[in-house]
Design a protein around this ligand. Structure first.
Ligand SMILES: O=C(O)Cc1cc(O)ccc1O
Ligand SMILES: [Fe+2]
Length: 459
């Protein structure tokens, strides 16, 4: 069910619709009518274009927005390496240049909450593939944040779109285009380049981030499902324009650029966009609104039926560099079916995280909220021994699984590497994952004493 825990405050105000052309003005009349770049913009604003795709990208993929702001984003001093001007670069772990590629199934205990780090310092790269400098691949981060970002500081990633999965605590994400409140069981996407400032309205926060170095997320095709279902377009919320007027104090812009952090000073707020229009904007989505479909006869369908958002690899149709898939509460009704996931090895790699509750393939415990697992290219996995035992003997009446639970998967066609931080420094990798889950599986094969009569087939 949708998140209801916090009452929405008036400061958060949204437009509805994924991929739509939106426009929003915090001051009536701030948007020029009928053109984008008048000789003088209304109210003395500057016009600035923000391109999220090549100018010439096909129309259905093209994502650009026009911002009407008090000062252009270009008005800042030189960028210097973050940390060199007295900022504490405490524990920033963004290095993407040395992956450990290991075939083991990996599982992480819940990552620690953190009292000290802010959004910039609290993001740790755990796994991924490719590189932001060639705009190819993905990075998977956990974040554990205990402090608001320093006042008058904003952050942006030039490396990719940030898909944020909130697991614990709420995030107030003030962006150039407007403000979003992102609570556990919700996700948000902050596209490449958009300045944002993250504060914590509800204490420490923890969650997961997929950074998409190439392209943008789209909704999956629905094929025979029809015109509604899964994540519906109208449930995506886009912040309305809201701006601050501050052209007299010192602001710092922190940039993640090629996996490294830089900071530049400027004498005005970056959150000065009075109006905007276009298709390149941040958005959020409540996972409780996902309309799950599944088998109502027999067999366990592929988890692609639970895809919320997908980012095509461009390699071939249907092959994603990143699928964001969830396992929401749902009814299982299949006859004569082993209902949990089958045992499997896939060419796609699967990074999973748990937002809340239990996951139905891991009755034996060990996959806990705030924790994660990685089943890489062709690494065998599936239900643990406890789940196999239970599910193969279960009474197959209609059953609700995942009540109060939300697991998700970042799935990729790329082989995923793990960072030094993810494999060792974090000290969360479970040594006994295999012994706990699959080595206890017993053979049950019994060759029958007399074989059933085969019908003679004529061809
Ligand atoms: O490995 C997992 O638990 C994720 C998963 C779930 C499922 O229902 C089918 C395949 C799959 O990879
Ligand atoms: Fe899997």
């Amino acid at each position: 069910m949708p998140v209801t825990k916090f009452k929405l405050e008036e400061k958060y105000s949204y437009l509805n619709g994924f991929g739509s052309y939106h426009e929003s003005e915090a001051v009536a009349g701030a948007l020029p009518i009928g053109h984008n770049s008048p000789q003088k913009c209304n109210y003395g604003l500057y016009a600035e274009k923000l391109s999220g795709t090549a100018f010439t990208a096909p129309r259905h993929e093209n994502q650009q927005s026009w911002l009407y702001r008090i000062l252009p984003s270009a008005a800042h001093e030189r960028f210097r390496p973050y940390g060199s001007a007295g900022q504490h670069a405490r524990g920033t772990e963004y290095a993407h240049d040395k992956w450990h590629f290991v075939p083991d199934q990996l599982r992480w205990d819940p990552f620690d909450l953190d009292e000290e780090n802010d959004w910039v310092e609290g993001m740790k790269l755990v796994a991924g593939a490719g590189s932001p400098v060639v705009k190819s691949g993905i990075g998977i981060f956990i974040y554990a944040v205990g402090r608001d970002m320093a006042s008058k500081t904003a952050f942006y990633s030039a490396d990719g779109d940030l898909l944020v999965v909130a697991q614990h605590g709420a995030l107030d994400i003030q962006t150039e285009l407007g403000r979003m409140l992102v609570r556990p069981n919700e996700i948000a996407v902050v596209p490449r380049g958009i300045r944002h400032r993250v504060t914590l309205p509800d204490g420490p926060a923890r969650g997961f981030i997929l950074e998409l170095y190439q392209g943008h997320f789209q909704l999956p095709e629905l094929g025979p499902i029809g015109s509604n279902g899964l994540a519906n377009q109208r449930d995506f919320q886009v912040p309305k324009a809201s701006y601050d007027e501050d052209t007299s104090s010192a602001w710092r812009i922190v940039s993640k650029f090629g996996g490294n952090l830089f900071a530049a000073e400027q004498g005005h707020t970056p959150f000065d966009v009075v109006a905007w229009h276009g298709k390149y904007y941040p958005y959020k989505y409540d996972l409780g609104r996902f309309n799950a479909v599944g088998s109502i006869s027999f067999d366990h369908p592929d988890p692609s039926v639970f895809t919320v958002l997908t980012a095509p690899s461009g390699a071939s149709p249907g092959v994603a560099v990143a699928d964001f898939v969830i396992f929401p509460p749902r009814w299982l009704v299949q006859d004569d079916t082993f209902r949990p996931p089958w045992y499997h090895r896939n060419t796609m790699s699967e990074f999973m995280g748990l937002v809340s509750g239990d996951y139905d393939a891991k009755e034996g415990g060990g996959f806990r909220p705030g924790g994660a697992s990685l089943h890489n290219t062709m690494s065998g996995h599936g239900p643990d021994a406890a789940t196999f035992e239970k599910a193969s003997n279960a009474d197959l009446k209609p059953t609700k699984v995942g009540e109060g639970s939300m697991a998700f998967m970042f799935e990729s066609c790329l082989m995923m590497g793990v960072t030094e931080w993810g494999l060792k420094t974090c000290e969360k990798v479970q040594e006994d994952y295999q012994k706990h889950s699959w080595t206890p599986l017993q053979p049950h094969f019994k060759k029958p004493a007399s074989l059933p009569q085969q019908e003679k087939r004529e061809y």
